[in-house]
Design a protein around this ligand. Structure first.
Ligand code: SF4
Length: 632
């Protein structure tokens, strides 16, 4: 097949060996690349049973999208493993050049299994895979690790690395790419830590065979120009997601003060405005230091910017915070000061932790503390009072969590497990299926709660947004299902192609790029089926793991009425019955069993996945037994 190498490298860290094998063309037709390939390979290689931090029961899959290095802003590389937070498959993505360099290094995916006895890193260059010792890097923060690996490989290599949090198996440790972008969600950095894998570096120049190279060259320039001139592209180029605080405060969708103030008055929200952040943009001369890794491959938008805090004694250069950072390291913990947020962001990235999960877990502790549900004596090793707005406490907690010291060892388990261990606060922990929620409160937008409840990985804001922006009281959530499915499947296609989600690609351009690269003419509706296939596999896995359908729900906090502002009284759904009906209707629309949420055999047949039918039948039987035992 054109557009792919057809080669997968399986790296067995226990045996210190690499095996290269080919994949059938049919797999690329059904699953395309990137996200699709991650789920296909993850489903085949990762057992449902067993702890995610036991390397004999997990694997890390890395895949660039089909168009990586071949299309404008083809910047996203995907990582997938069984999540230490949720116990189910989870994919997470990072920019900017790693994807293209991995593809040009000659592989469509890496499968990493087992654990090394001593720390190692993997170096992939032009079809060769080396496992190198990394004992000298173990203990280093993310930034030093990236620089160290580059110095030992190539300056132009791209490096995905973990920090101390990953080494110490913090369940929400992330994988940082080139120190500037995070494959943040689900704790896949801890999976690398459990394998004693400190980093993966890639470099190469081998393009796969292209069906119509001349046509692709012309198309590349045309699409690049269209994206550059598009008003939405220009807006994104200037702001990225920096207008998020303004938007969430107006629509009552903020996680402020641990989701107790979804609506914020303008004078409060303006403290974290886009202008406040842009005023700290670093001078252009600073960009030289990170040139080559700050923007996505072939990106016409270039939304990433560098910032410097004005805080005395903290002079580090850092990629400007996006909305999720401002909201989860700022609003959620009550820190309304951009300079303090930059400092916290730098630390959290250096330790290699997911800012969303970290922010939720710390904000949850702060609420418990302020309500006197946890006492000073229980907070071992913590010197600063965990009160909303105390930036020093947030920074101290980052350190304690990354090194699992004192109370940090409990919080390193993530908010759901921490609530279980402490025996308190489960009713206010904001997560879905064990994954801490991102910074958009669904009480401000009808249908968003349904997206969270049914997303394959747990609470994710990147699994489809229903159309419209009216609040939930405007009608039943089930009216939003069609637009949620369309957006979910389109997003899955974008992630399978390895494109950035920000540039406003038109459907016809995606079809044309796909055809120029592969030689196959396929309408966007057919390409988008990859989303349905991925979800079907994820659901079978999650049903056997005991998460589906039981955990297709939302946390109680989002059913508490909004306390003030123009959206006062809104909840994520009309009531719990509205949620249940919408979930059931969603299952029907997807061809899943309407009570069990598991794909039906005829749906799998329609999707060309008859090989998964036996597993689906097993899942149906297991769920039926579980649910009937609950009703006895
Ligand atoms: S739009 Fe921004 S995030 Fe996307 S590839 Fe370009 S620089 Fe990266």
């Amino acid at each position: 097949m054109y557009g792919v190498h057809g080669q997968i490298a399986l790296v067995d860290l226990s045996r210190s060996k690499t095996y290269v094998y080919t994949l059938d063309e049919k797999v690329f037709e059904l699953f395309i690349g990137g996200k699709g390939l991650l789920y296909y390979l993850g489903y085949k290689h990762i057992p449902v049973e067993g702890d995610a931090l036991d390397p004999t029961k997990n694997a890390l899959i890395v895949a660039p999208g089909l168009l990586a290095g071949l299309a404008p802003a083809s910047s996203k590389v995907g990582f997938l493993a069984k999540s230490p937070l949720t116990g189910i498959l989870c994919d997470t993505y990072a920019g900017q050049v790693f994807a293209a360099k991995l593809k040009l290094a000659g592989f469509d995916a890496l499968i990493i299994k087992g654990a090394s006895r001593d720390p190692v890193y993997i170096y992939v260059e032009n079809g060769e895979v080396e496992i190198r010792g990394a004992s000298h890097l173990w203990g280093s923060n993310v930034y030093d690790t990236v620089n160290g690996v580059k110095a030992e490989t190539r300056k132009g290599a791209s490096v995905a690395a973990i920090g101390p949090a990953g080494e110490n198996l913090v369940r929400f440790a992330n994988i940082m790419v080139d120190g500037v972008r995070a494959a943040g969600r689900c704790g896949l950095g801890a999976v690398m830590g459990s394998m004693k894998l400190k980093a993966i570096a890639v470099w190469g120049w081998h393009k796969p065979r292209i069906a119509h190279p001349e046509k692709l060259k012309k198309l590349y320039v045309e699409v690049y120009e269209k994206l550059r001139r598009d008003p939405l592209g220009e807006y994104t180029s200037k702001y990225g997601t920096l207008k998020g605080v303004e938007s969430c405060s107006k629509h009552a969708m903020c996680p402020a003060y641990h989701w107790t103030k979804p609506w914020l008055p303008e004078e409060v929200a303006s403290k974290l405005s886009a202008e406040e952040v842009l005023a700290r943009e670093a001078p252009k001369t600073d960009y030289k230091m990170l040139a080559g890794s700050i923007w996505g491959w072939g990106c016409p938008i270039k939304c990433s910017k560098l910032a410097r805090s004005r805080k005395k004694g903290f002079e580090h250069l850092i990629v400007k915070p996006e909305y999720e950072i401002l909201a989860m390291l700022g609003l959620a913990v009550g820190v309304l000061d951009v300079d303090e947020i930059l400092h916290i962001e730098w630390l959290v990235n250096a330790f290699g932790m997911d800012a969303i999960s970290f922010g939720e877990t710390v904000a949850w502790l702060m609420e418990l503390y302020e309500k006197r549900l946890v006492g000073r004596k229980e907070l071992t090793c913590l010197n600063h009072e965990p009160k909303f707005g105390n930036a020093e406490a947030v920074r101290e907690l980052a350190q304690l969590i990354a090194y699992r010291r004192g109370i940090g060892a409990i919080l390193a388990e993530g908010v759901a497990r921490a609530a279980q261990i402490l025996g308190r606060g489960a009713n206010i922990a904001v997560h879905v299926k064990g994954l801490e929620a991102p910074a958009w409160d669904p009480r401000g937008r009808r249908g968003l709660g349904l997206s969270y409840a049914t997303a394959d990985i747990g609470a994710s804001h990147l699994r489809g947004w229903p159309s419209g922006s009216e609040p939930p009281s405007k009608g039943p959530a089930r009216e939003k299902i069609a637009s949620l499915i369309r957006d979910r499947d389109r997003k899955a296609l974008i992630d399978s192609l390895g494109l950035c989600a920000f540039p406003p690609y038109r459907d016809e351009d995606i079809e044309a790029l796909y055809e120029a690269v592969t030689g196959q003419k396929r309408p966007i509706s057919e390409l988008m089926l990859v989303g349905h296939r991925v979800e079907a596999l994820a659901r079978i896995f999650a049903a056997i793991a005991g998460k589906v359908p039981e955990a297709d729900t939302i946390p109680p906090r989002w059913m508490e009425p909004i306390p003030e502002g123009p959206f006062k009284g809104e909840k994520a759904f009309l009531d719990w019955n509205d949620l249940r009906e919408a979930v059931r209707e969603y299952y029907r629309a997807r061809g899943f069993h309407e009570e069990y949420g598991v794909p039906l055999p005829e749906t799998l047949e329609r999707l060309g996945m008859t090989w998964a039918i036996d597993d689906a039948n097993r899942a149906l039987t297991l769920v039926s037994r579980r649910l009937s035992s609950l009703h006895v």
